[in-house]
Design a protein around this ligand. Structure first.
Ligand code: GDP
Ligand code: MG
Length: 696
């Protein structure tokens, strides 16, 4: 085998890069991050012929080589840095036959870097309907390159593409425009200082305000007075460059491209009239969302129940068949339930991404963004934040993963940070038992108090998310330029292959990346809850039997478990935080439940049931037991003040290690999950404290 050909896939967003990438590599692809930043890096292997492989990189979509986002600077950095191990042997610029003029700007820039550059014109299947015809030989001649016309949708042209890539050495590397014509003297000086460099490359190094350059940048500015040029001069020259390029492109296309307007059947404008309508647009979007979330809840509950009972029975079976001991306990109670806690999320993640990628692929998502952008932008969010925010009502994990579609890093980060405020389904059991316990019967204008309280908590979650987003947008000092291009791709039937790969990729990433952290933390929490220092824990059974000689075997076991939990490390922790949580209206038992809830909120009820030695899982039994708990002064522990304080604590606190794990994965650092953990939990504490102090 010869060494693989390194191929960079470039192009404007939505031209079909990822589709080409998927078509060429299938499932032999790897998704990672560029070091230090959160831009996704997709690599894959493709067989070009029987003994040559291609190593493909699917680069982020970019409109030009004038960087205005992290995504774009990734592209420039790669193309400017010959020493990078990913530096391509050949650049493949993917364009959309319907947007050739705009797409070719990037092509001319890449080619001017004197890298062998090949032009792919995608979506050939649309040509007939849109009345587009191309004179390919003429275009190849004027653009001085090879052109491959393909349709990934119809699987056309891909073999020819592979062949042309194989012959990349025959591609011309001469520039399309003479960059020195924008200022002869300036470039003459530049050329004198760096006789062996491509002029356009030097120009890029000078004009980009992002400092990529492990390469020549410093030498460029040290050796010359180029850096002393006022910024306005550089801006003006860049504009001149863009104009020059478009003049060139217009000339090329005038001869090479004809569009017969009559032939274009305009499905698009007819659909758009409804889908981005001021009223109907929102109504339809609302119905689409409602359908999606109904489906996610309904469809995933079936596999989730199966997964849940599967893991429970697996753990029981192992427990019965393995010798008793520490290792068996660790396996059956720590590891297996930890794994169960990961796998249980798979159905929701898979379904959410199934729908999201269908919406994206079909072109509808861009309309949603258009509709929602204005409203959300006021809060520092992006039109695309609507999906994470609403998915958050099912679960924050897939919601955080869904922020990948937001190109602007600051808006993406803010969306990630505030999504956990929305009321996820794990909060429901906590809310419902507390509401049943402390909210009185009765109604207000025919609406019952309990229902109103629950609705209030949902609204509070959204409201807090928006408020927090607004605060963050004012305080986070991240510059990430956002020029809002309303990219409205044509409506298309989704490509099943793309949808399938997205779903697979998201699920796999979650299991392998976040899964590791979730498993580690659940084992840690299990150890803290199953072990304790000293006699009280180790002799729990004896002590309980002595104190309650009347109990039968079953009741004895339940009492022993309660006693053990009380004296375990978590129990001791719960007791020791009592002084801190007493002003919120909680006792140490609630403290234990709170600490366990940092694994996942829904364990609140189960933990209380264990501490109160409730004999059955029946919610009413637990509720009655909670209702009869008294404080030292004889008043009920759970009253309106402490109940509401507790609900607000659950509404705001960051109690979900799985979310923290996925945020770590998505932001590529521990900084942001820690900001969430402490920021949200401190907020929760303050709100719960004031609530209790006012109401009590
Ligand atoms: P990227 O943003 O450049 O990675 O583009 P994608 O690969 O995500 O594709 C953008 C949209 O174009 C998706 O809706 C694809 O289904 C669609 N698409 C990709 N290739 C073709 C094609 O050959 N013909 C048509 N009609 N649509 C395509
Ligand atoms: Mg893509």
């Amino acid at each position: 085998m010869s060494t693989p050909v390194k191929i960079a896939l470039l192009g404007n967003p939505n031209t079909g890069k990822t589709s080409v990438f998927n078509a060429l590599t299938g499932l032999s692809q790897k998704v990672g991050n560029y070091p230090g930043i959160t831009v996704e890096k997709k690599e894959g292997i493709c067989k070009l012929n029987h003994n040559t492989k291609g190593l493909l990189i699917d680069l982020p979509g970019t409109y030009s080589l004038n960087a205005s986002s992290i995504d774009e600077s990734v592209v420039i950095e790669l193309l400017l840095n010959k020493k990078s191990k990913d530096f391509p042997d050949v650049a493949v610029v993917v364009t959309d036959v319907e947007n050739l003029k705009r797409n070719l700007l990037l092509f001319t820039q890449v080619k001017d870097l004197e890298i062998p550059t090949l032009l792919v014109i995608n979506m050939a299947d649309q040509m007939k309907r849109k009345g587009i015809s191309l004179d390919l030989p003429l275009l190849e001649q004027t653009l001085d390159t090879k052109i491959v016309l393909i349709s990934t949708r119809e699987n056309r042209g891909l073999e020819e593409l592979k062949k042309t890539i194989l012959d990349y050495r025959q591609l011309s590397t001469s520039p399309t425009i003479a960059i020195n014509s924008i200022d002869e003297k300036y470039f003459k000086d530049l050329e004198k200082t760096f006789p062996n460099q491509s002029l356009y490359k030097l120009w890029l190094v000078i004009t980009q305000d992002v400092n990529f350059a492990k390469i020549d940048r410093k030498r460029v500015s040290d050796a010359t007075d180029f850096k002393t040029q006022p910024a306005s001069y550089l801006k003006r020259m860049q504009q001149k460059e863009t104009i020059k390029r478009y003049q060139f492109i217009n000339n090329v296309l005038k001869q090479g491209l004809t569009i017969n307007r009559e032939a274009a059947i305009d499905l698009r404008s007819r659909l758009d009239r409804v889908l981005i309508h001021k009223v109907w647009g929102y109504a339809i979007f609302f119905i689409v969302l409602l359908t999606i979330f109904q489906a996610i809840f309904h469809w995933s509950s079936i596999p989730q129940d199966i997964i849940d009972s599967g893991f429970v029975s697996l753990s029981e079976r192992l427990k019965n068949n393995l010798p008793e001991g520490v290792f068996t306990n660790l396996l059956t109670e720590g590891i297996i339930s930890g794994l169960g806690g990961i796998v249980i999320f798979i159905p929701q993640i898979a379904f959410l991404f199934l729908f999201i990628s269908i919406l994206e692929e079909s072109g509808y998502m861009s309309r949603v963004v258009f509709l929602m952008d204005r409203g959300l932008r006021r809060f520092g969010l992006n039109g695309k934040s609507v999906i994470p925010l609403i998915s958050g009502t099912a679960c924050a994990i897939p919601a955080v993963m869904a922020t990948r579609n937001i190109e602007n890093w600051k808006e993406r980060l803010i969306t990630i940070l505030v999504t956990p405020f929305t009321t996820c389904s794990a909060r429901l059991p906590v809310y419902s038992i507390l509401i049943a316990l402390v909210i009185p019967e009765g109604s207000f204008f025919g609406l019952n108090y309990k229902g109103l309280m629950l609705m209030g908590l949902y609204l509070l979650g959204f409201g807090m998310a928006l408020l927090a987003a607004w605060v963050l947008s004012k305080t986070l000092s991240i510059t990430s330029k956002s020029y809002f291009v309303v990219e409205m791709p044509n409506y298309k039937l989704p490509l099943l292959k793309n949808v399938g790969i997205t779903v697979w990729e998201k699920t796999r990433t979650f299991v392998t990346e976040a899964g590791k952290i979730i498993l580690a933390i659940s084992i840690l929490l299990w150890i803290l809850a199953s072990y304790g220092p000293g006699k009280d824990f180790n002799n729990a059974e004896q002590i309980v039997r002595q104190n309650h000689p009347e109990l039968n075997a079953n009741a004895l076991e339940i009492k022993t478990n309660a006693y053990k939990l009380e004296n375990s490390y978590i129990g001791i922790l719960g007791k020791s935080i009592e002084p801190i949580i007493a002003p919120l209206g909680y006792d140490w038992k609630i403290g234990i439940a709170l600490i366990s809830s940092f694994a996942a909120r829904e364990v609140f009820v189960g933990t209380l049931a264990t501490i109160y030695s409730v004999e059955s899982d029946n919610e009413d039994t637990i509720k009655n037991k909670m209702g009869s708990e008294l404080r030292a002064d004889g008043t009920p522990l759970f009253n309106l003040a402490s109940g509401i304080s507790l609900m607000l604590f659950y509404a705001f606190a960051m109690q979900c290690m799985s979310t923290l794990a996925i945020v770590k994965k998505e932001t590529n650092s521990w900084k942001w999950p820690m900001v969430q953990l402490f920021g949200m939990s401190i907020l929760a504490y303050i709100v719960a404290l004031s609530t209790y102090q006012i109401l009590a």
